[in-house]
Design a protein around this ligand. Sequence first.
Ligand SMILES: Nc1nc2c(ncn2[C@@H]2O[C@H](COP(=O)(O)OP(=O)(O)OP(=O)(O)O)[C@@H](O)[C@H]2O)c(=O)[nH]1
Ligand SMILES: [Mg+2]
Length: 289
Amino acid sequence: MGLTNQSTGSSLLGNNIVIDRTSCHGSIIALSGNPNVGKSTVFNSLTGLNQHTGNWPGKTVTACCGKYRYKNNNFILVDIPGTYSLMANSAEEEIARDFVCFENPDATVVVTDATCLERNLNLVLQTIEITKKVVVCVNLIDEAERKKIRIDCKKLFDRLGVPVVATNARSRRGLDELTDAVYNIALGLVRTNPLEIRYDETIEQAIELVRPIIWEITGGKINDRWVSLKLLDEDASMLESLNKFLGFNIMDYPMLRQNLNKARQHLEQNGIHPDQLRDRIVSVSYTHL
Ligand SMILES: Nc1nc2c(ncn2[C@@H]2O[C@H](COP(=O)(O)OP(=O)(O)OP(=O)(O)O)[C@@H](O)[C@H]2O)c(=O)[nH]1
Ligand SMILES: [Mg+2]
């Protein structure tokens, strides 16, 4: 299938994963997922490299890049440290969130554990809220089968609206299908139709007060709906990353400040106080599972 391996000189600098795009020609593929679900095993199988794997969570502490070829195209795979969410509750979550949001990978593979899929789907939902270019890898399928857990990938695909591939990364089962799904998404040959997370009416109205301004300022380069929600939630770490990405302070725009205030007033008037917004956001995500 024309898959060859090669490492790249890309690295994790400080809190950011830095891809040297001038020396890396190819599609950038993020490999994310909860800790200990087999991300590095998938990474090693595809790239031929030797990222640390083992049966305890938190082995991969810095991101690692590797290269593979498929159907005459180069792919740069980035093994991101495992996270349970993209809410930036830790440095790892911040790294994962910033890579998926601001590095604009050509595809993000969310590796999940087939034996406890429901818990893993939270990260999938948070990821498809940021990017449409997602492939879900249901790994450890052999363990699930051993425990008599049946995963209906077709049904999951219907619900999530992104490709879902079952794998046993240790034996390479399903990896050809995964490589093909990634190829199709990264090169835009297949478009996804991800499940849209909808919040209650008041939050949706608040988002709509901010979203068009974000779109105008950023020129559609980032997900305006998601950024609006994060700004309403006063997510300081996301604001810092956003400003770094843009190269200016987005809060310098008076129109944005004005509409954020309006949106926050609207939330307050309808009983959603600033410290309650995050809980509302998280609980709504769970209702989509
Ligand atoms: N049975 C089975 N074991 C697997 C599979 N994929 C990975 N493993 C094993 O699961 C353990 C964890 O795999 P890793 O690749 O290190 O997981 P990771 O997601 O990179 O973990 P962190 O870096 O800690 O987040 C290792 O012992 C792997 O050999 C699989 O599909 N089936
Ligand atoms: Mg790892």
